[in-house]
Design a protein around this ligand. Structure first.
Ligand SMILES: Cc1cc2nc3c(=O)[nH]c(=O)nc-3n(C[C@H](O)[C@H](O)[C@H](O)COP(=O)(O)OP(=O)(O)OC[C@H]3O[C@@H](n4cnc5c(N)ncnc54)[C@H](O)[C@@H]3O)c2cc1C
Length: 466
């Protein structure tokens, strides 16, 4: 092994960037490993295409659509709007910390990334007025100034290496002693360290733990959650809504149908979602295709995509990011037959929706329709609900909690049963909440890094006295 490095950070998405910068700022050198497979979005070693299936009775097949996200400095936030929400306080009910404990960290993130609402547009003003007219309290969605966090990596205490970590190495007592990695030319390396922060995102992070034999007593990978985001569209005949004249971060939102803010009696589901009317930015073929799904053929005729193209300046959309419960049957494990280019098993994702997901979807879609209609929409339509195991907002699989029997890490992401292993990112969230995850990921990562720095300072005098 090479000379010991105090902290190895695996992955430089928003979570890894913040951990690296806060540690380096506290005087702790960081070695951060992040593959950079430009111009491809996905690294064949860090994020090989997972296989997917709906239930253990099926044989998982390679995913048809790529796993959404990016392998690069700054991670998937580059692809994000980037809306930047604090979670609703109710989302923390099952967490080992309260939203108050995150308040100071949320503030730091908001300052660092200049989080603020984008200016109002004709479309958001129309939806704002419509929301007021049906008794809601609309607000402008908060967004970071940019999705690029990588400037934070410019610090002499941070060394970035273009490589994928393939194993976390432990000694016979189970404590972390280093990592194994593979670089862009296929060379393998070993690096000694006593602390590894896994910041690889949900599926890649879980896969790395499982490849390393770290199972958290069978909990690692179990309880995958997805926002299963969806939209309801409405046609505003003859109105140019101008939605392509600003990016999707410009949005007006309502939160009356989020979390426990409404009466769930008899509804058959818990939670809900913030609902948002957003701009689109430039319209793409993929946008038209998605927008055409669910359009009644009586409206669109034989070519729904052509119909969308003809009417796209008059189509308004409301979208939801609904809560989902952590169910043990929805999980990530290692595929027994499919391997990546380095010979390691790819992730296998078993994921399906349950009745409460469908009921939540129906309820929210109905409220979204009413909002569009209050704004003047005639025809409205929505794509049928489909499971999104590889969607943009994934959660769970490495849950945080106080009890090692039901959780893998504590509220700082420190593994209960593997000294030196720390996990950050939304895999540790015990619940999804009904808003985007990134600001909470960043706030938690900041809190974790400060804690690691404090622990390192406390350990230093005793190390000197030995
Ligand atoms: C299209 C899109 C739009 C989104 N929009 C929003 C939004 O508006 N608001 C919001 O809140 N959220 C949004 N999200 C979600 C948000 O971007 C993610 O939740 C966030 O980026 C997760 O941060 P992370 O650091 O945990 O993981 P990632 O951003 O996934 O970063 C993980 C990094 O780790 C690297 N890595 C993985 N495995 C290894 C390994 N073994 N070795 C070395 N490196 C490794 C990966 O290459 C990657 O760069 C969006 C996501 C997508 C895809």
């Amino acid at each position: 092994m090479t000379e010991a490095t105090p902290v190895v950070v695996v992955g430089l998405g928003p979570a890894g960037v913040i951990v690296s910068r806060v540690l380096a700022g506290a005087g702790i050198p960081v070695l951060a490993l992040q593959p950079q497979p430009e111009p491809a979005h996905r690294s064949p070693t860090a994020s090989p295409p997972p296989t997917v299936r709906r239930s253990p009775a099926e044989t998982a097949a390679p995913a048809r659509a790529p796993h959404q996200g990016a392998d690069r400095l700054g991670g998937s936030k580059h692809l994000a709007a980037p809306q930047s929400y604090r979670l609703d306080p109710g989302a923390f009910d099952s967490w080992p910390l309260s939203i108050d404990e995150l308040d100071g960290y949320y503030r730091r993130v908001e300052r660092a990334f200049r989080v603020a609402p984008r200016p109002e547009t004709a479309w958001t003003a129309r939806m704002h007025a419509a929301a007021l007219s049906i008794g809601h309290a609309p607000f402008a969605a908060p967004a970071a100034a940019s999705g690029d966090t990588s400037a934070l990596l410019r610090h002499p205490g941070i060394t970035v290496v273009d490589a994928t970590v393939t194993r976390v190495i432990r000694d016979s007592s189970g404590a972390v002693t280093g990592v194994e990695s593979i670089d862009a030319s296929g060379q393998r390396h070993r690096t000694a360290c006593r602390t590894v922060v896994v910041a690889g995102g949900v599926i890649a992070g879980i896969r790395l733990l499982l490849l390393s034999g770290i199972t958290g007593g069978g909990l690692v990978g179990s309880g995958l959650m997805s926002h299963n985001a969806f939209t309801v569209n409405g046609l505003f005949p003859g109105v140019d809504l101008g939605r392509d004249r600003a990016g999707a971060a410009s949005a007006v939102a309502i939160s009356e149908f989020e979390g426990d803010r409404f009466d769930h009696a008899g509804l058959g589901f818990t939670g809900g979602s913030v609902l948002q009317a957003a701009m689109t930015g430039p319209r793409t073929a993929a946008w038209r295709e998605a927008c055409a799904t669910g359009l009644p053929s009586a409206t669109a005729g034989d070519d729904p995509v052509a119909w969308i193209r003809r009417h796209e300046s008059s189509i308004g959309t409301v979208w939801a990011q609904p809560d989902q419960l952590a169910r043990p049957e929805n999980r990530v494990d290692l595929d027994p037959t499919h391997r990546d280019v380095a010979g390691d098993p790819v992730a296998r994702v078993t994921f399906d929706l349950a009745d409460d997901d469908r009921l939540r979807w129906r309820f929210l879609a109905d409220r979204m329709r009413r909002w569009l209609e209050a704004a003047g929409a005639g025809t409205t339509w929505a794509a049928p609900i489909e499971p999104q195991p590889l969607g943009t907002h994934l959660y769970g699989g490495v849950p945080m909690g106080a009890d090692p029997a039901t959780s893998v890490v504590d509220s700082f992401g420190r593994a209960h049963d593997t000294p030196g292993l720390v996990v950050v990112g939304s895999s540790t969230f015990p619940s999804t909440g009904g808003r985007g995850p990134v600001e909470t990921i960043e706030a938690l990562a900041w809190r974790t890094a400060e804690r690691l720095a404090r622990d390192a300072r406390r350990a230093a005098p005793s190390a000197r006295s030995r």
